[in-house]
Each structure stands twice: as C-alpha cells, then as structure tokens.
Ligand binder design. Structure first.
Ligand code: AFP
Length: 359
C-alpha cells in the first residue's frame, strides 16, 4: 500500500515552492514523458520499434526508431505548459522552438531521450537524462542561452528503464530516487538522500580503448588491475554496461568510479560523452550525493560550453578515487610521474606510451 508515502508530485511541489514553483510543473511533465517512454521501452520487440532508421543525428550516429520516438515523447509532454523558453536534445541539431500556440517561460530543458539506445535491442537497461537551466527572461531561447556551465543547472535527473523504472532527481538539495509503481502509475520516493561512498574497489571503463588513453588513465587502470600484487595492495572489480545511466545508477547505489576519459582515437573529439545532456546532469546528481565529477583537469560543472553538442572527458563517482585520477593527471601534466629520463634514449616512463600526442 502506498498510503502516506511520498510521491514525486508531492516531493517536487514541496521542494520547488517559491522561486522555482513553475519548475515543479515542468518536472511533473518530464515524469509523464518518462512513464510513456518506460511503457514503450518495456514492450521490447512487441512494440515493433526495434531497429535503426536511415537517418543520423548531429554527431553522425545512426538513429534508432526509439531515439526518435522517445525524443518526440519529451517534446510533446513538455512543450505546452508555459514553463519553457526552449528545448535541446541529442537527437536535434538545433534547439527546439516552442510552437506558437503555447505560452513561453524562462526554463530550458536539455535531454538525451534514450541514452544507451544501442542496448535496447539486447534488453539491457537504458535511460533518459535531463538538465534544466534558466534564462533571465521568458521568450524564445537562442542557442547562446543554453551555453551555461553545469553549476548553473537548477535541476537534473535521469530515468533508468531496468527491471524497475526509477527516476533519480536533484533540485539542488540532495539526490533522491523514486521507483515507478506500475499498478498505481505513481513514482514513489524509495531512495531519499542517496550518498555515494567516498571509497570504492569497483571501476568502470571501456578497456578496448586502452591504447588510446592518456598515460594518467593508463596508470590508474594498470594499478587497479594489478590489485593485491600492485601498489594499491587490494583487488579491484570491473564493470562495463555501455549505458551511462546504468553505470551512474550503480555508483549512486553502492559506489564506484566511471570513466570515459579523453583519448586520441579521434583527435576531433575530446571524449565520447556530451557535456550538456550527459556529463552535466550526471555530475550534478553525483556531487549532490557527495561524490565527485571531473574531466581529469577540472570540475565538470565548471566547464564553459562552447557548443550544444560538445563532448567532454568524464570521470565520476566515489570521491577519493576521482581525486586520485585527478592527481595522476596533475602529476603527468607537471612531469612528476616521469621517473626516468635518459639523455641517451630520450624519455622513458612506465606510463608514457609511444602513440600518444597529447601535449
Ligand atoms: P548510445 O546511446 O549510442 O548507446 O551510447 C551510449 C553512451 O553514450 C553511454 O551511455 C555509454 O557510457 C557509452 O556511450 C558507451 O560507449 P562504448 O560504446 O564506447 O562502450
């Protein structure tokens, strides 16, 4: 029985009273979109929407039918209420203009409608990630209005479509998890004030990219893999789901470190993940839960975006491990991790590989 339990609606109304009361209504619309997407994704192959389209998105990635449908779900659920000055999404080259028949507001909604969508055909957890910013005045937003650092987000969250559908949210006062009760259709507060443990023995990274990483990341992962036999003196475990929402959710539940670092696989891209609708909202959720989120060389939330779809290196999770990887970047950048320099054989270092050209 759900009597007396806190629903998402009650939570957002209570937590957005005053300055951001209009945002409460927007969050309730986002939750309605999430329920629609949960039902769609939950049908699996029965929906008839598996597979890819002929189109690509702005990043040149092949779009899946579900990418486009879930994008539509968010646009339709959120465009009408009068809280928004515009929306931007991974699936749209340019920001979305609110149709003329609807009133405008001051908030900006940015989202990745179906993160990890390449996992949807294999029945692995996927998610929706969103971020809310605001502009000074109501009216139609320009691209420049969206280009704000992540520490100006008013709210951020994700939905995870797994065995249970959950919505994890921050409005700037902690990170809170709600589970969808499929019988009543309500999101119920089941994980209030989530805390990420400061220490962990679990790391997540796509090790098939190892040869493309920078030396500080190679150093960190080599030490984790060495386990008890290396300088860490303790065994680590590794996970990789290839669905950021699922990785971040695991870290919020039990700690860990997630890394999609800078690499030189494609020099035009400083990382794989997108700053505005993947890294920033996840960084806010993690920091609000007591964890850390870094590019390796600075706080993710401090990055000034230059374009809507820009990419960024991401290291996030248990604070002490993120700080360690940041320290390794600093030691690499200042030359402190280069133990042996031979005048005869030029530079040699355990952590310097021949194919890197990062400096
Ligand atoms: P898709 O949405 O294209 O499946 O990408 C998912 C993602 O952006 C993120 O959720 C994963 O952490 C990452 O990419 C996985 O990347 P790899 O394919 O390199 O493992």
């Amino acid at each position: 029985m759900q009597f007396g339990r806190t629903t998402l609606s009650k939570f957002v109304i209570e937590h957005t009273r005053g300055q951001h009361s209009e945002m409460g209504a927007l969050l309730i619309d986002v939750a309605a979109a999430v329920k629609t997407i949960s039902a769609l994704v939950g049908k699996g192959a029965l929906s008839g929407y598996s597979g890819v389209l002929d189109s690509t998105n702005v990043q040149g990635e092949v779009q899946k039918k579900l990418d486009v449908l879930t994008n539509e779900a968010l646009l339709r659920h959120c465009e009408w209420g009068g809280q928004l000055a515009g929306m931007a999404s991974e699936e749209m080259d340019e920001p979305y203009r609110i149709p003329d028949q609807y009133p405008r507001g001051r908030y900006l909604l940015i989202f990745d409608p179906l993160d990890g969508s390449s996992n949807s055909d294999v029945n692995v957890s996927v998610g929706t990630i969103f971020s809310i910013l605001q502009r000074e005045t109501a009216g139609d937003a320009e691209t420049a209005d969206y280009l704000q650092p992540g520490d100006r987000q008013i709210a951020a969250g994700y939905a995870i479509y797994g065995p249970a559908t959950m919505l994890v949210l921050t409005v700037g006062s902690g990170t809170h998890g709600f589970t969808l009760d499929r019988e009543s259709g309500n999101f119920i507060l089941t994980h209030p004030d989530i805390r990420v443990p400061e220490d962990t023995l679990e790391f997540a990274i796509n090790t098939s990219n190892e040869r493309f990483w920078e030396p500080p990341v190679q150093r960190y992962v080599a030490e984790c893999k060495a386990g008890k036999t290396g300088i860490r003196g303790v065994d680590f475990n590794m996970r990789w789901i290839a669905s950021m929402v699922a990785e971040v959710h695991r870290i919020l539940m039990r700690g860990g470190i997630f890394m999609y670092p800078k690499d030189n696989k494609d020099p035009a891209k400083p990382g794989r993940l997108r700053l505005m609708y993947e890294a920033n909202p996840m960084a806010m959720l993690i920091e609000q839960a007591g964890g850390a989120a870094s590019t390796g060389r600075g706080r993710i939330l401090g990055q000034q975006p230059e374009s809507l779809h820009q990419r960024v290196p991401v290291l996030l999770g248990s604070k002490h491990e993120v700080e360690r990887v940041e320290r390794y970047h600093h030691e690499y950048d200042t030359g402190a991790d280069r133990p042996f320099v031979s005048p005869l054989f030029a530079e040699r270092s355990l952590f310097r590989s021949e194919n890197t050209n990062f400096q």
